[in-house]
Write a protein that binds this ligand. Structure first.
Ligand code: CMP
Length: 139
């Protein structure tokens, strides 16, 4: 029962990283409608992933689990091998993975070495469910 499982152990972040994550997700549909407590727990759960120039972070058509915030680096988005846009510091990608179980809608490649902070769908859902459950429980 996901509502009864514990919240994930928070992963330490510097104040600067936390602020960057907050700013990058402020306008994001998956975050802006969450209450502050839930949002805090999701930020706490996010983990760091360092990537190298040339690395393929997301492959179009593959199963999706992770949403990424770009803290450092430049990333290019391709649909059917056609360049669509680039995403840099302060941006994010992979949010469709948090909403749907659909395959990835685009390929995302690192143009430079970079730093991403990520959260997976199961964790995101677990936190949202857990906090809603706690709130509705009478002790
Ligand atoms: P997702 O489908 O999980 O994985 C690929 C990501 O690329 C997608 O989420 C979006 O974050 C991003 N993406 C897909 N299509 C576009 C687009 N047309 N413009 C900008 N970003 C896109």
């Amino acid at each position: 029962d996901p509502a009864k499982s514990a919240l994930p152990t928070p992963i330490h972040k510097t104040a600067t990283i936390k602020k960057q994550i907050e700013e990058a997700t402020r306008q994001n549909l998956l975050f802006k409608n969450l209450d502050p407590e839930t949002r805090e727990h999701i930020y706490d759960a996010m983990f760091e992933r360092n990537v190298m120039a040339g690395e393929c972070i997301i492959k179009q058509g593959e199963p999706a689990e992770l949403f990424y915030v770009v803290i450092h680096g430049l990333f290019c988005v391709y649909v059917n091998d056609t360049f669509i846009t680039s995403v840099g510091t302060g941006g994010s990608f992979g949010e469709l993975a948090l909403m749907y179980t659909n395959p990835r809608t685009a390929t995302v490649k690192a143009m430079t070495n970079g730093t991403l902070w990520a959260v997976d769908r199961a964790t995101y859902n677990r936190i949202v469910t857990k906090i809603a459950y706690n709130r509705n429980t009478v002790y």
